[in-house]
Design a protein around this ligand. Structure first.
Ligand code: PMP
Length: 306
Protein backbone atom coordinates (compact mmCIF):
# COMPACT_ATOMS: atom_id res chain seq x y z
CA UNK A 1 0.00 0.00 0.00
CA UNK A 2 1.38 3.38 -1.01
CA UNK A 3 1.71 5.82 1.82
CA UNK A 4 0.42 9.33 1.17
CA UNK A 5 3.19 11.75 0.28
CA UNK A 6 1.34 14.99 0.93
CA UNK A 7 -1.39 16.65 2.94
CA UNK A 8 -3.16 19.98 2.69
CA UNK A 9 -2.41 21.48 6.08
CA UNK A 10 -2.71 25.01 7.52
CA UNK A 11 -3.31 26.58 4.12
CA UNK A 12 -0.89 24.74 1.86
CA UNK A 13 0.16 21.36 0.52
CA UNK A 14 3.04 20.03 2.60
CA UNK A 15 4.90 16.69 2.90
CA UNK A 16 2.70 14.40 5.03
CA UNK A 17 5.34 14.33 7.80
CA UNK A 18 4.85 18.07 8.31
CA UNK A 19 1.07 17.80 8.85
CA UNK A 20 1.27 17.67 12.64
CA UNK A 21 -0.86 19.30 15.36
CA UNK A 22 0.00 20.51 18.85
CA UNK A 23 -1.01 18.00 21.55
CA UNK A 24 -3.16 20.73 23.13
CA UNK A 25 -5.37 21.04 20.02
CA UNK A 26 -9.00 21.30 21.08
CA UNK A 27 -10.15 18.79 18.44
CA UNK A 28 -7.59 16.23 19.62
CA UNK A 29 -8.57 16.67 23.27
CA UNK A 30 -12.35 17.00 22.84
CA UNK A 31 -13.28 15.66 19.39
CA UNK A 32 -14.39 19.08 18.12
CA UNK A 33 -13.92 18.50 14.42
CA UNK A 34 -15.93 17.37 11.44
CA UNK A 35 -14.76 15.21 8.60
CA UNK A 36 -15.71 13.72 5.27
CA UNK A 37 -14.86 10.51 3.49
CA UNK A 38 -14.81 10.68 -0.31
CA UNK A 39 -13.68 7.99 -2.71
CA UNK A 40 -11.73 8.37 -5.90
CA UNK A 41 -12.19 5.31 -8.12
CA UNK A 42 -9.52 4.19 -10.53
CA UNK A 43 -10.90 3.01 -13.85
CA UNK A 44 -8.39 0.54 -15.28
CA UNK A 45 -9.99 0.68 -18.74
CA UNK A 46 -9.65 4.44 -19.16
CA UNK A 47 -6.61 4.71 -16.84
CA UNK A 48 -8.36 7.58 -15.11
CA UNK A 49 -9.34 8.36 -11.52
CA UNK A 50 -12.86 9.68 -10.85
CA UNK A 51 -13.83 11.41 -7.62
CA UNK A 52 -17.34 10.34 -6.74
CA UNK A 53 -19.90 13.03 -5.85
CA UNK A 54 -17.18 15.36 -4.62
CA UNK A 55 -19.40 18.46 -4.59
CA UNK A 56 -22.11 16.66 -2.63
CA UNK A 57 -19.58 15.56 -0.01
CA UNK A 58 -18.23 19.07 0.35
CA UNK A 59 -21.76 20.52 0.48
CA UNK A 60 -22.47 18.19 3.41
CA UNK A 61 -19.15 19.19 4.99
CA UNK A 62 -20.02 22.90 4.71
CA UNK A 63 -23.54 22.30 6.06
CA UNK A 64 -22.13 20.35 9.00
CA UNK A 65 -19.65 23.11 9.77
CA UNK A 66 -22.67 25.24 10.75
CA UNK A 67 -23.81 22.68 13.33
CA UNK A 68 -20.33 22.71 14.89
CA UNK A 69 -19.73 26.45 14.36
CA UNK A 70 -16.51 25.69 12.51
CA UNK A 71 -15.67 28.29 9.90
CA UNK A 72 -14.28 26.73 6.74
CA UNK A 73 -12.19 29.41 5.05
CA UNK A 74 -12.57 27.84 1.60
CA UNK A 75 -15.44 27.89 -0.87
CA UNK A 76 -16.95 24.76 -2.38
CA UNK A 77 -14.90 25.31 -5.55
CA UNK A 78 -11.71 25.86 -3.59
CA UNK A 79 -12.23 22.65 -1.59
CA UNK A 80 -12.75 20.70 -4.81
CA UNK A 81 -9.70 22.30 -6.45
CA UNK A 82 -7.42 21.61 -3.46
CA UNK A 83 -8.58 17.98 -3.53
CA UNK A 84 -7.87 17.62 -7.25
CA UNK A 85 -4.47 19.24 -6.81
CA UNK A 86 -3.59 16.76 -4.04
CA UNK A 87 -4.82 13.83 -6.13
CA UNK A 88 -2.66 14.96 -9.06
CA UNK A 89 0.37 15.12 -6.79
CA UNK A 90 -0.22 11.70 -5.23
CA UNK A 91 -0.59 10.06 -8.68
CA UNK A 92 -2.38 6.98 -7.31
CA UNK A 93 -3.37 4.37 -9.90
CA UNK A 94 -5.76 2.53 -7.58
CA UNK A 95 -8.93 3.33 -5.61
CA UNK A 96 -8.29 5.83 -2.87
CA UNK A 97 -10.02 7.63 -0.04
CA UNK A 98 -9.98 11.38 0.60
CA UNK A 99 -10.24 12.57 4.20
CA UNK A 100 -11.07 16.28 4.67
CA UNK A 101 -11.05 17.37 8.30
CA UNK A 102 -12.08 20.79 9.67
CA UNK A 103 -11.30 21.25 13.31
CA UNK A 104 -11.09 23.50 16.31
CA UNK A 105 -7.38 24.27 16.58
CA UNK A 106 -7.59 26.34 19.76
CA UNK A 107 -4.96 25.37 22.34
CA UNK A 108 -6.79 26.43 25.53
CA UNK A 109 -8.29 24.04 28.07
CA UNK A 110 -12.06 23.58 27.86
CA UNK A 111 -14.48 22.07 25.35
CA UNK A 112 -16.27 24.85 23.48
CA UNK A 113 -17.08 25.77 19.93
CA UNK A 114 -16.58 29.51 20.26
CA UNK A 115 -13.63 31.35 18.70
CA UNK A 116 -11.77 31.80 15.45
CA UNK A 117 -9.16 29.06 15.65
CA UNK A 118 -10.17 26.66 12.96
CA UNK A 119 -8.10 24.74 10.46
CA UNK A 120 -8.60 22.41 7.56
CA UNK A 121 -6.56 19.39 6.56
CA UNK A 122 -7.00 16.95 3.69
CA UNK A 123 -5.06 13.78 3.01
CA UNK A 124 -5.62 10.86 0.66
CA UNK A 125 -4.84 7.17 1.20
CA UNK A 126 -5.16 4.17 -1.10
CA UNK A 127 -8.20 2.15 -0.01
CA UNK A 128 -9.68 -1.05 -1.34
CA UNK A 129 -12.40 -2.81 0.63
CA UNK A 130 -13.38 -1.36 4.01
CA UNK A 131 -15.63 -4.33 4.75
CA UNK A 132 -16.43 -7.46 2.76
CA UNK A 133 -18.48 -6.91 -0.38
CA UNK A 134 -18.07 -10.24 -2.20
CA UNK A 135 -19.66 -12.40 0.47
CA UNK A 136 -22.31 -11.56 3.06
CA UNK A 137 -21.19 -10.21 6.41
CA UNK A 138 -22.42 -11.30 9.81
CA UNK A 139 -23.74 -8.58 12.12
CA UNK A 140 -25.10 -8.23 15.63
CA UNK A 141 -27.40 -5.66 17.17
CA UNK A 142 -25.02 -3.58 19.22
CA UNK A 143 -25.59 -3.25 22.93
CA UNK A 144 -24.34 0.33 22.42
CA UNK A 145 -27.17 2.58 21.18
CA UNK A 146 -26.70 5.13 18.40
CA UNK A 147 -26.15 8.59 19.90
CA UNK A 148 -29.30 10.70 19.54
CA UNK A 149 -29.38 13.93 17.53
CA UNK A 150 -29.84 16.00 20.68
CA UNK A 151 -26.71 14.54 22.32
CA UNK A 152 -24.14 14.41 19.51
CA UNK A 153 -25.80 14.73 16.10
CA UNK A 154 -24.78 11.73 13.93
CA UNK A 155 -25.73 13.68 10.80
CA UNK A 156 -22.88 16.10 11.44
CA UNK A 157 -20.03 13.58 11.02
CA UNK A 158 -18.29 14.90 14.13
CA UNK A 159 -14.96 13.26 14.98
CA UNK A 160 -15.88 12.91 18.68
CA UNK A 161 -19.08 11.06 17.83
CA UNK A 162 -17.07 8.20 16.33
CA UNK A 163 -16.28 7.02 19.85
CA UNK A 164 -19.82 5.64 19.64
CA UNK A 165 -18.96 3.86 16.36
CA UNK A 166 -15.69 2.55 17.80
CA UNK A 167 -17.49 0.98 20.78
CA UNK A 168 -20.02 -0.64 18.46
CA UNK A 169 -17.51 -1.93 15.91
CA UNK A 170 -15.02 -3.17 18.52
CA UNK A 171 -17.62 -5.13 20.46
CA UNK A 172 -18.91 -6.67 17.25
CA UNK A 173 -15.41 -7.77 16.20
CA UNK A 174 -14.49 -9.04 19.68
CA UNK A 175 -17.67 -11.14 19.69
CA UNK A 176 -16.90 -12.69 16.31
CA UNK A 177 -19.13 -10.55 14.06
CA UNK A 178 -18.03 -8.43 11.12
CA UNK A 179 -20.14 -5.36 11.90
CA UNK A 180 -22.81 -3.96 14.16
CA UNK A 181 -26.27 -2.58 13.57
CA UNK A 182 -27.32 0.07 16.05
CA UNK A 183 -30.65 1.00 17.61
CA UNK A 184 -31.92 4.48 18.39
CA UNK A 185 -32.08 5.37 22.08
CA UNK A 186 -35.60 6.80 22.02
CA UNK A 187 -37.55 4.73 19.54
CA UNK A 188 -35.41 1.58 19.72
CA UNK A 189 -35.52 1.38 15.95
CA UNK A 190 -32.70 0.19 13.74
CA UNK A 191 -30.59 3.22 12.89
CA UNK A 192 -27.50 2.25 10.87
CA UNK A 193 -24.20 0.38 11.02
CA UNK A 194 -21.21 1.69 12.97
CA UNK A 195 -20.17 3.83 9.98
CA UNK A 196 -22.60 2.94 7.21
CA UNK A 197 -26.29 3.16 6.34
CA UNK A 198 -28.40 0.11 5.78
CA UNK A 199 -31.25 -1.12 3.60
CA UNK A 200 -33.75 -3.92 3.92
CA UNK A 201 -35.30 -5.61 0.87
CA UNK A 202 -38.83 -6.91 1.34
CA UNK A 203 -41.19 -8.02 -1.43
CA UNK A 204 -39.12 -6.30 -4.10
CA UNK A 205 -38.90 -2.86 -2.50
CA UNK A 206 -36.19 -1.15 -0.49
CA UNK A 207 -36.80 0.09 3.03
CA UNK A 208 -34.30 2.28 4.87
CA UNK A 209 -34.50 4.28 8.12
CA UNK A 210 -35.47 7.97 7.76
CA UNK A 211 -33.00 10.78 8.40
CA UNK A 212 -34.74 11.36 11.75
CA UNK A 213 -33.63 7.98 13.12
CA UNK A 214 -30.18 9.29 14.09
CA UNK A 215 -28.38 8.39 10.89
CA UNK A 216 -25.81 10.14 8.81
CA UNK A 217 -27.62 11.10 5.61
CA UNK A 218 -25.30 9.07 3.44
CA UNK A 219 -24.37 9.99 -0.09
CA UNK A 220 -24.15 6.30 -1.01
CA UNK A 221 -27.64 5.84 0.47
CA UNK A 222 -28.88 8.61 -1.81
CA UNK A 223 -27.01 7.11 -4.78
CA UNK A 224 -28.57 3.68 -4.21
CA UNK A 225 -32.07 5.15 -3.83
CA UNK A 226 -31.62 7.01 -7.13
CA UNK A 227 -30.11 4.17 -9.18
CA UNK A 228 -32.64 1.68 -7.80
CA UNK A 229 -35.48 3.93 -8.98
CA UNK A 230 -34.02 5.31 -12.19
CA UNK A 231 -32.44 2.14 -13.59
CA UNK A 232 -34.33 -0.74 -11.95
CA UNK A 233 -37.65 0.96 -11.14
CA UNK A 234 -37.35 -0.19 -7.52
CA UNK A 235 -39.00 2.09 -4.94
CA UNK A 236 -37.45 2.97 -1.58
CA UNK A 237 -39.59 3.62 1.48
CA UNK A 238 -37.96 5.65 4.25
CA UNK A 239 -39.50 4.54 7.54
CA UNK A 240 -38.48 3.31 10.99
CA UNK A 241 -37.52 -0.36 11.15
CA UNK A 242 -38.01 -2.70 14.11
CA UNK A 243 -35.29 -5.14 15.15
CA UNK A 244 -37.27 -8.28 14.38
CA UNK A 245 -38.14 -7.07 10.88
CA UNK A 246 -34.50 -7.72 10.08
CA UNK A 247 -34.78 -11.41 10.83
CA UNK A 248 -37.57 -11.89 8.27
CA UNK A 249 -36.18 -9.62 5.54
CA UNK A 250 -35.50 -11.04 2.07
CA UNK A 251 -32.15 -9.22 1.83
CA UNK A 252 -30.16 -6.70 3.86
CA UNK A 253 -27.18 -4.60 2.85
CA UNK A 254 -24.99 -1.75 4.05
CA UNK A 255 -24.09 1.34 2.03
CA UNK A 256 -21.32 3.86 2.56
CA UNK A 257 -18.34 5.46 0.90
CA UNK A 258 -16.11 3.02 2.77
CA UNK A 259 -18.58 0.10 2.91
CA UNK A 260 -19.72 0.60 -0.73
CA UNK A 261 -22.60 -1.91 -1.13
CA UNK A 262 -21.99 -4.71 1.35
CA UNK A 263 -24.42 -7.65 1.69
CA UNK A 264 -25.53 -8.75 5.16
CA UNK A 265 -26.08 -12.51 5.44
CA UNK A 266 -26.63 -12.96 9.16
CA UNK A 267 -28.10 -10.86 11.99
CA UNK A 268 -27.75 -12.09 15.57
CA UNK A 269 -26.89 -15.53 14.13
CA UNK A 270 -30.14 -15.70 12.14
CA UNK A 271 -29.72 -16.35 8.44
CA UNK A 272 -31.17 -13.61 6.20
CA UNK A 273 -32.85 -15.04 3.10
CA UNK A 274 -30.59 -17.82 1.86
CA UNK A 275 -27.53 -16.40 3.61
CA UNK A 276 -26.07 -15.64 0.17
CA UNK A 277 -25.91 -12.25 -1.52
CA UNK A 278 -29.49 -11.52 -2.64
CA UNK A 279 -30.43 -10.75 -6.29
CA UNK A 280 -31.42 -7.12 -5.69
CA UNK A 281 -28.33 -6.44 -3.58
CA UNK A 282 -26.16 -8.03 -6.28
CA UNK A 283 -27.74 -5.96 -9.04
CA UNK A 284 -27.44 -2.69 -7.11
CA UNK A 285 -23.84 -3.50 -6.22
CA UNK A 286 -22.97 -4.11 -9.89
CA UNK A 287 -24.66 -0.88 -10.92
CA UNK A 288 -22.97 1.05 -8.12
CA UNK A 289 -19.51 0.02 -9.27
CA UNK A 290 -20.34 0.98 -12.86
CA UNK A 291 -21.66 4.37 -11.74
CA UNK A 292 -18.64 5.25 -9.57
CA UNK A 293 -16.23 4.30 -12.35
CA UNK A 294 -18.04 6.59 -14.77
CA UNK A 295 -19.30 3.73 -16.91
CA UNK A 296 -22.94 4.87 -17.04
CA UNK A 297 -23.19 8.18 -18.96
CA UNK A 298 -26.41 9.19 -17.16
CA UNK A 299 -24.37 9.55 -13.94
CA UNK A 300 -21.20 11.10 -15.37
CA UNK A 301 -22.17 14.31 -13.60
CA UNK A 302 -21.22 12.58 -10.32
CA UNK A 303 -17.73 11.62 -11.48
CA UNK A 304 -15.00 14.26 -11.51
CA UNK A 305 -12.00 13.31 -13.57
CA UNK A 306 -8.67 13.83 -11.83
N1 PMP B 1 -23.32 6.49 8.62
C1 PMP B 1 -22.17 6.79 9.24
C2 PMP B 1 -22.18 6.92 10.72
C3 PMP B 1 -20.98 6.96 8.52
O1 PMP B 1 -19.84 7.25 9.14
C4 PMP B 1 -21.02 6.83 7.11
C5 PMP B 1 -19.76 6.97 6.31
N2 PMP B 1 -19.55 8.27 5.89
C6 PMP B 1 -22.25 6.54 6.50
C7 PMP B 1 -23.37 6.38 7.29
C8 PMP B 1 -22.37 6.47 5.00
O2 PMP B 1 -22.32 7.76 4.46
P1 PMP B 1 -21.74 8.01 2.99
O3 PMP B 1 -22.51 7.13 2.08
O4 PMP B 1 -21.99 9.45 2.73
O5 PMP B 1 -20.30 7.66 3.03
Amino acid sequence: MNKPQYAFFEGKIVPIEEARVDVRTNALQYGTGIFEGIRCYWNEKTKTGYVFRMEDHYKRFIANSRIMMIKIKYSLDELCNITLELLKKEKYTEDCYIRPFAYNSNLDIGPKLIGDDQELSIYIIPLGKYIEIDKPVSVCISSWDRIPDNSIPPRAKITGSYVNAALQKSDALLNGYDEALTLTTDGRHVSEGSAMNFFMVKNGILITPPSTDDILEGITRDTVIKIAKEIEDIETIERSIDRTELYTADELFFTGTGAQVSPIGFVDKRTIGTGEIGPITKRLQELYFKVVKNEIPQYSKWCTEV
